[in-house]
Design a protein around this ligand. Structure first.
Ligand code: SAH
Ligand code: SF4
Ligand code: F3S
Length: 434
């Protein structure tokens, strides 16, 4: 590292979209002769790429900001940039709360990160709009080497009543299919084997191709062996998509399909635009066509006006559908969203109790589901050496379950391996070479 080279540090909060945005900001800075460092202490510029999905995420950011403030006291020249969803939401108001911040840049402007941090005065760039970013090719600095995140669209038009994302990420805009395909072709040359296509609602992807057609095109790319995507909105999950998931051999048998609640009344208040029955029918159709498919979901506990009965419907849904895994959260009112103004807020303690019940039940279900895999053959894509035990390699099954195999000659990152599942643990599988 040359001494005069500027150094930056990025802290990333939130979802895969943010993780990928950080990879792009890193790519842009690297191509402008900046160098990434792994500790903020060594940096000239610190970028906090933030998330505001729930109050907890916001708290995390503000406590990290406190630590960075201490650093700046010792090193007054340190530049602090706030990016991501909190940046978009609060804009200039962030300077009031934290006067030591130098710049604020929203998610729809990340391609301008280099110019933004050149400003010597306080600077805010949250002008938004996804038209420009969707047409901008950005260098990406990925830290993974087997599996890559690829944006296919930006923004969200759904306005689920609880959700801040449409307010921070702007209106939906799809990238041109050609530019996505070119990016993936480039990835194969670097040795990547798996792509995860990113969008808030990939099922509404629309360019010259729709989403199933895009999958079919990516399926033709030599060198890529697996295709994943997140997130699917149940209302837009079509039979055409199920057909392509079944036919395109590289599309993995895993679907993250957020249910949010088992109560159709609550789904209505959430503005989700499907009933529980419609959701269950889609799951049935998926399982009929792709029997080995793993389905995961998101659940919100304690939404306004959720009665014990509504909660019981969610519990019943979890039992009926038997998900492979869930992410469950307690409702968190976000300023500016419709749900934040709704009557019938649920007591925090009740919300916590319901959440715990949901998590306990799902733990049992996940364990049973994983046990069913014992004795089965699975295809693993090896991602690297196990972080906790260097005698093992870890990878994922096509159904997105983490499995570990003992090291052996010939096993290496990026290899597709047939393994036999010996033992199922709650969060991972122990396997041996088949
Ligand atoms: N676009 C994706 C991801 C949205 S955020 C999708 O539609 O699924 C991921 C999850 O966070 C959501 O599915 C929801 O379960 C949860 N979430 C979003 N806003 C929330 C809020 N205000 N309170 C609690 N959970 C929330
Ligand atoms: Fe939020 Fe709904 Fe859009 Fe997902 S689909 S990002 S939950 S508004
Ligand atoms: Fe992602 Fe958080 Fe924004 S979940 S889209 S970084 S609010």
């Amino acid at each position: 590292m040359r001494d005069e080279q500027k150094k930056y540090y990025i802290a990333t909060f939130g979802c895969q979209m943010n993780a990928h945005d950080s990879e792009k900001m890193a790519g842009i800075l690297n191509s402008n002769d900046y160098k990434e460092v792994s500790s903020p202490k060594d940096a000239d510029v610190v970028i906090l790429n933030t998330c505001s999905i729930r109050e907890k995420a916001e708290h995390k950011f503000f406590s990290e900001l406190g630590r960075i403030k201490m650093l700046k006291k010792k090193k007054p020249g340190l530049k602090i940039a706030v990016a991501g969803c909190i940046a978009q939401q609060h804009g200039e108001k962030l300077f009031k709360r934290a006067s030591f911040v130098d710049c604020v840049i929203g998610p729809q402007n990340i391609y301008q990160i280099f110019d933004t941090i050149q400003h010597t005065n306080r600077f805010t760039l949250t002008s938004g709009g996804n038209e420009a970013i969707a047409e901008t090719e950005m260098p990406v600095f990925r830290k993974t080497d087997v599996s890559a995140l690829v944006n296919i669209m930006y923004g969200c038009n759904n306005f689920c009543s609880y959700c801040i994302v449409p307010h921070t990420r702007g209106r939906e805009k799809s990238r041109a299919s050609k530019s996505i395909i070119n990016e993936i072709l480039g990835l194969t040359q670097k040795g990547y084997k798996e792509v995860t296509l990113l969008g808030q609602n990939v099922n509404s992807y629309m360019s010259d191709l729709d989403f199933p057609e895009l999958l079919a095109e990516i399926n033709k790319i030599d060198g890529i062996s697996r295709i994943r995507f997140v997130t699917s909105h149940p209302k837009d999950l079509s039979e055409k998509l199920i057909k392509i998931m079944k036919e395109a051999e590289k599309v993995c048998e895993h679907l993250h399909l957020p249910l949010q609640s088992g109560s159709t009344k609550i789904l209505g208040l959430m503005n989700r635009k499907y009933s529980y029955e419609e959701y269950a029918l889609k799951v049935e159709l998926l399982r009929k066509n792709i029997p080995q498919i793993a389905i995961t979901t998101d659940i919100i506990a304690g939404f306004p006006q959720e009665t014990d009965y509504d909660h019981a419907l969610t519990v019943k849904a979890l039992k009926e559908i038997s998900f492979d895994g869930i992410f469950a959260f307690k409702f968190s009112p976000r300023k500016g969203t419709a749900a934040a103004l709704m009557e019938g807020r649920i007591d925090m303690a009740v919300g916590s109790e319901r959440l715990q019940q949901i998590l306990d039940l799902q733990n049992e279900i996940t364990e049973i589901k994983n046990k069913e895999l014992e004795g089965t053959l699975q295809e693993l894509l090896i991602e690297g050496i196990d972080e906790k035990d260097s005698r093992l390699y870890t990878g994922r099954t096509r159904t997105n379950k983490i499995a570990a195999v003992p090291k052996a000659d010939g096993i290496q990152k990026g290899l597709l391996l047939n393994v036999l599942i010996k033992k199922a643990n709650r969060h991972s599988l122990d396997a041996v070479l088949a």
